[in-house]
Design a protein around this ligand. Structure first.
Ligand SMILES: NC(=O)c1ccc[n+]([C@@H]2O[C@H](COP(=O)([O-])OP(=O)(O)OC[C@H]3O[C@@H](n4cnc5c(N)ncnc54)[C@H](O)[C@@H]3O)[C@@H](O)[C@H]2O)c1
Length: 459
């Protein structure tokens, strides 16, 4: 049963790719010049998007972005020839392609870029893109190193470009519903948040396919390394970069980040003040240095009338019991569970009267004392005070086919077109990434990390 669950998770991910293949033809219309097939839509509202990093997520993000009216693809940049060939198969042979992101940024007709490279490239490319006048949709986590985050925040301020991070759960209707309920006091005072992600699948453990034509000719290895330590060409590191701390951010930056971003949206928090994490590489001993099991405890300060509370996070990429992903926000009068784009709120309120029974001492009172106690109790508490308050449940599910990534992109493009500021801006992105990356620091150093969420720095 567990394995079935984990397969479902994998198939959901695979569904993303089959969508790309199926959508190829239709999306071909959105190549190059703004399609005139948008009746009633002003050409002035057109947005030309370039993608930098056209792997699994780059293709998925572009496919999603192109569903929005007036958005079309202006060019793509990647370091593996096979991905550029695939892009031309889908979006037409005239599609502009390059291996050098700076060349793509020089193209005046491109308004916005999606940065879906490995994590170590997020900050440098985002900064260069905003300085080149482009709006940026940067995949999560916003930065690979906490230290580079403030520069992203600063450059966004200086340039005024729209910048958003790609943790799409932040824009999910289920997360927004949870946020409204929590703000209204529906689950009382928050005291604990728990989130976990378990997986039992090779792909879930990031062992992505390596194409048979990978070679120093088809892969631009030196560009991939960037500021990472120099080493000889290694296709395993290139295609499975998540497994190495030189390029990725481990389970904390890859998976905790989705949970923390959704939590920060749901409870409207800047982040924790202390973080402790521990973890190890248990099972996937294939040369990687990333942990496959990690647990973190984060202490959040009092906020919006809630007393201080804790968040517990766990990832296990080798859970032989099967895969699942959960997020539960617990309060004194209820709890909210978020799973995918669904939400379940359970409420249980205690009656005013404290109750009495066998295990509270009543049964070992003498018969005379039991009678006296009952008389006192019934005089003190009315029948209404003693009545059990029934537990209730409230469910919320997004409509079938709902895609939170599409909403996330919609907010991004609406913001470019002069709408509201995005929620997951650079400050939000750094507060979430900082808390997660501090888990790696904590596990590496074996100590509690103090985090100043307001200033966005380790203290
Ligand atoms: N939001 C989500 O749910 C989600 C899901 C998966 C991945 N992601 C994020 O998306 C990003 C990409 O992940 P992926 O799974 O698509 O990885 P991937 O390896 O499939 O794709 C990365 C691509 O970037 C290219 N690349 C590397 N360095 C580059 C550079 N300097 N310039 C241009 N291209 C470069 C590689 O050639 C590769 O094709 C990661 O940051 C990851 O955390 C987000």
């Amino acid at each position: 049963m567990g394995i079935k669950k984990s397969r479902r998770g994998f198939l959901r991910q695979a569904g993303l790719m089959s969508g790309i293949f199926a959508a190829g033809k239709a999306l071909g219309e959105n190549v190059g010049i703004f399609s005139q097939k948008n009746p009633g839509f002003s050409a002035a509202d057109k947005i030309s998007v370039g993608v930098i990093g056209l792997g699994l997520m780059g293709f998925g993000d572009l496919e999603t972005a192109l569903k929005i009216q007036g958005v079309f693809v202006g060019g793509v940049c990647d370091l593996y020839e096979g991905h550029l060939d695939r892009a031309k198969e889908i979006w037409g042979k005239d599609l502009y392609t390059t291996r050098d992101f700076r060349e793509l940024l020089e193209r005046k007709e491109i308004d916005a870029v999606i940065v879906a490279t490995p994590d170590h490239w997020h900050a440098p490319i985002s900064i260069a893109a905003m300085r080149a006048g482009k709006h940026v949709y940067c995949e999560k986590p916003m930065v690979q190193k906490i230290e580079s985050g403030l520069e992203v925040v600063q450059v966004q301020k200086e340039t005024g470009k729209v910048f958003t991070v790609g943790s799409q759960g932040v824009s999910s209707v289920a997360t927004i519903e949870a946020a409204k309920l929590i703000e209204s006091g529906a689950i009382g005072e928050i005291n604990c948040i728990q989130a976990s992600h378990d997986s039992y699948h090779t792909m879930g453990a990031w062992n992505y396919s390596i194409p048979t034509d990978a070679s120093p000719q088809t892969v631009d290895w030196d560009r991939f390394l960037g500021s990472a330590p120099k080493r000889a060409y290694d296709p395993v590191r290139f295609f499975r970069w998540r497994n190495y701390s030189d390029y990725g951010t481990g389970v904390a930056g890859d998976i905790f980040i989705h949970k923390i971003s959704a939590i920060h949206r749901a409870i409207n928090s800047m982040g924790p003040e202390s973080i402790y994490a521990t973890g190890q590489l248990s099972f996937w001993k294939d040369g990687r240095d990333a942990r496959d099991v990690m647990t973190a405890i984060m202490q959040y300060p009092a906020l919006h009338g809630h007393p201080p509370f804790q968040t517990e996070l766990r990832v296990n990429l080798a859970n032989g019991g099967g895969g699942s992903s959960d997020l539960k926000i617990v309060g004194t009068e209820g709890s909210i569970e978020l799973r995918g784009n669904t939400m379940l709120m359970r409420n249980q309120k205690l009656p005013k009267a404290p109750g009495y029974g066998g295990w509270d001492g009543y049964n070992v009172f003498s018969s005379r004392q039991q009678k006296a106690f009952l008389k006192w109790y019934n005089e003190k508490y009315s029948t209404a005070d003693q009545a059990k308050i029934p537990a209730t449940e409230k469910r919320f599910a997004a409509p079938a086919g709902y895609d939170d990534r599409l909403d996330h992109f919609r907010y991004f493009f609406e913001s470019i077109r002069g709408g509201k500021p995005v929620v997951e801006d650079a400050v939000f992105g750094l507060r979430a990434a900082g808390a997660c990356l501090a888990c790696n620091l904590s596990a590496d150093q074996g100590k509690v990390i103090r985090w100043d969420a307001e200033k966005m720095m380790v203290v």
